[in-house]
Design a protein around this ligand. Structure first.
Ligand SMILES: Nc1nc2c(ncn2[C@@H]2O[C@H](COP(=O)(O)OP(=O)(O)O)[C@@H](O)[C@H]2O)c(=O)[nH]1
Ligand SMILES: [Mg+2]
Length: 413
């Protein structure tokens, strides 16, 4: 698999088969002819007659278990195991591989003595014929072993039945044994009766059409894959744009809301401080005042209350924004202290200057704005949004690489 294929596969994993086929097409080796059908219908033997030697194993048992090939007169002949729904499906996969990945021309082989096609054969033949209409890969229907029917009447009946099953199907009748005998004994009539010469002519025509068919199929596949990547690119780009826009808008709203809360808290504190008059907190309590309400104690109590109120207001705003607890890796041992407000502002303020530094000074307010925003970005929803944006950006990059790869393949193909 080339790098280009890998780039596309990464974004279209469900198109692995199409990409593998595209790889085959771009490699552009000899035309490949393969057989398709149930086992024991004479596929291997037919191939042997077509290439004129016993390269493929023939048997009454299920003989061909994996793909075998031989190069003959510029064509790669590929023998595949027979399809059989009754038998485990490893061979079926090999058979389908031959038919779908490798083949330019498929010989669908059905033994005359079996009569009409069964359901599995009908389905597969239908798929192959539909594929032929799309990709120009040809399927030739071969009715094999016609010598096994007692006479022409029986043969006509089978042909008639199959023609009714698949209207419009061209049915190529052959007998490998008659052909062989005719050749061995030098009997022209037997050779003609085997119908092998006309099958060979049809195969040669199909092989001759292979280069054009490959060009057609290549551009078909490239077109499909390009359309699919383009649609994904469009979707991902739009989703990424929406998420980035939302990320930006949310942050703006957070910053604005926070600055309003801090502004209000700061004004409340200023007016509280203005109403206090003389600062008593700096006067230390004497031992005799231990159980008395001094001006200093009242002052410190007021400052604590103002501080707590500010914390509650900010906390309420943060909770509304989804900033609830601090991230676990920053938790302290004391559970009660694990709030963002405490993490940013500390637990204790005693003096008027503490309050002013925190809430009123420009640097203090900027610090609050900055620190809370940092925790905001660490909150669950914001992190999830950021992760989604990262993922979308990564897949956008991968899709762009895939698109470039497809364009390169289109130029070189
Ligand atoms: N009478 C007769 N027997 C055939 C003909 N073609 C194949 N056979 C026999 O049918 C059996 C299965 O053939 P084979 O090619 O191995 O079938 P495959 O499983 O489809 O590959 C073998 O015994 C072949 O000799 C034919 O044209 N006439
Ligand atoms: Mg076989």
């Amino acid at each position: 698999m080339t790098d280009a294929n890998g780039d596309v596969l990464r974004v279209l994993p469900h198109r692995a088969d199409a990409l593998a086929r595209l790889g085959m097409l771009l490699r552009n080796g000899e035309p490949v002819v393969t057989v398709v059908g149930k086992y024991n219908h004479g596929k291997s033997r037919l191939l042997n007659e077509l290439v004129g030697s016993e390269v493929f194993a023939v048997a009454d048992r299920r003989e061909t278990v994996r793909l075998a090939d031989t190069l003959h007169e510029g064509v790669l002949w590929l023998d595949a195991p027979g399809l059989d729904a009754d038998v485990a499906s490893g061979d079926d996969r090999q058979a389908l591989h031959a038919a779908w990945l490798h083949a330019d021309v498929r010989l669908f082989v059905h033994a005359a003595k079996e009569g009409e096609l069964d359901a599995a054969e009908l389905t597969l033949l239908g798929q192959l014929l539909a594929d032929a209409a799309q990709t120009q890969r040809q399927t030739i229907f071969v009715l094999s072993q016609i010598d096994q029917l007692p006479g022409d009447d029986e043969l006509d009946q089978v042909v008639g039945n199959i023609a009714r099953q698949v209207p419009g199907l061209t049915i190529q009748r052959i007998s490998s044994t008659r052909f062989r005998k005719g050749q061995q004994d030098g009997k022209r009539l037997l050779i003609e009766q085997s119908d092998m010469p006309s099958l060979l002519r049809r195969i040669q025509e199909a092989v001759a059409a292979t280069p054009a068919a490959r060009v057609h199929e290549t551009s078909l596949l490239l077109g499909e894959l390009t359309d699919e990547v383009a649609a994904l690119l469009h979707e991902t780009d739009a989703a990424l744009g929406r998420d980035r826009e939302r990320q930006h808008r949310q942050r703006q709203a957070f910053d604005l809301g926070l600055s309003k809360v801090i502004g209000k808290v700061s004004r409340d504190i200023e007016s509280m401080l203005a109403s206090l008059g003389q600062d008593h907190a700096v006067i230390p309590d004497k031992a005799k005042d231990a159980y008395r309400l001094t001006a200093g104690k009242v002052e410190r109590a007021r400052i604590q209350v103002a501080y707590s109120r500010a914390c509650i207001e900010i906390d309420a705003f943060l909770a509304g924004q989804g900033v609830v607890t601090i991230p676990t890796d920053q938790e302290t041992v004391a559970r009660a202290l694990n709030t963002v407000v405490v993490a940013v502002m500390g637990v204790s303020v005693k003096f008027r200057d503490d309050l002013r530094k925190i809430f009123s000074s420009l640097t203090g307010r900027e610090r609050l704005q900055r620190e809370f925003a940092r925790y905001y970005e660490l909150s669950r929803d914001r992190k999830a949004l950021a992760a989604r944006i990262d993922a979308a950006a990564a897949s956008l990059a991968a899709l762009t690489r895939a698109m470039d790869a497809l364009r390169r393949l289109e130029r070189n193909g």
